[in-house]
Design a protein around this ligand. Structure first.
Ligand code: ZN
Length: 221
């Protein structure tokens, strides 16, 4: 293959004034300086997908046959693309249906790949443990939310409420309940939630061990 003519060679027969303009634009001071900044950048062989920053601080990514400017929005776009793309390496789904999009947002896989994945888990005996694991995680987050709600209620329990009416008067409402009894009930429920969380965490750890043993640590959240 013929070597591409360098800019120097090409500019040899160039008209003086045009050469001067080019030299000025590219910051070349004299004819002995053989390498232009932009040539140095362009001549460097880059792998496709390689990202680098040039002397001006601009970031580029090598695409097939051309280089593309990379900015922060590209990073965000790339991240969002990952979030909305099926994680499966051998995914053959070209366009995502609504159900695929929902499934990817929830599990990282499109409907077809998720079904395949589940089928594999059924075949190798992992499925019952995986299902138990998912249920345990759901219960755990439910109990945690419940506990937090009760703790907030306990902190806010009062035997009266004050509200400001439309015409600016302060109205006081008395709540005719045994406030100490309400507090004690809440405390008991919170303690119960603690116990449940502890038991669920133990179950979670045991199931994670089992999933590792079955060579499915990728299922652990
Ligand atoms: Zn897929």
């Amino acid at each position: 293959m013929a070597k591409r003519k360098s800019f120097d060679e090409k500019s040899k027969g160039m008209h003086k004034s045009r050469k001067l303009i080019i030299d000025t634009v590219f910051g070349r001071e004299d004819n002995t300086q053989r390498v232009f900044g932009y040539e140095k950048e362009a001549d460097k062989k880059r792998e496709i997908g390689e990202v680098w920053t040039d002397s001006d601080g601009k970031t580029w990514r090598q695409e097939e046959g051309f280089k593309a400017s990379v900015n922060k929005m590209d990073d965000v776009r790339e991240y969002l693309k990952k979030l909305t793309t099926c994680h499966s390496e051998d995914c053959k789904t070209d366009t995502y249906a609504h159900a695929d999009k929902k499934m990817i947002a929830r599990t990282g896989y499109c409907v077809v790949c998720m079904r395949k994945l589940e089928q594999k888990l059924i075949e190798d005996g992992t499925w019952p443990f995986y299902e138990d694991y998912k249920i345990t995680l759901n219960k755990l987050s439910f109990v945690r939310e419940d506990k937090q709600r009760m703790e907030e209620a306990l902190a806010g329990v009062k035997d009266h409420f004050e509200t400001v009416t439309e015409d600016g008067r302060l109205e006081k409402w008395e709540w005719q309940v045994d406030i100490e009894k309400v507090k004690q009930d809440l405390k008991n429920d919170i303690n119960g939630a603690y116990d449940a969380i502890e038991a669920l965490l133990e179950r979670k750890v045991a199931l994670e061990e089992k999933l590792k043993e079955l060579n499915h640590s990728e299922l652990i959240k």
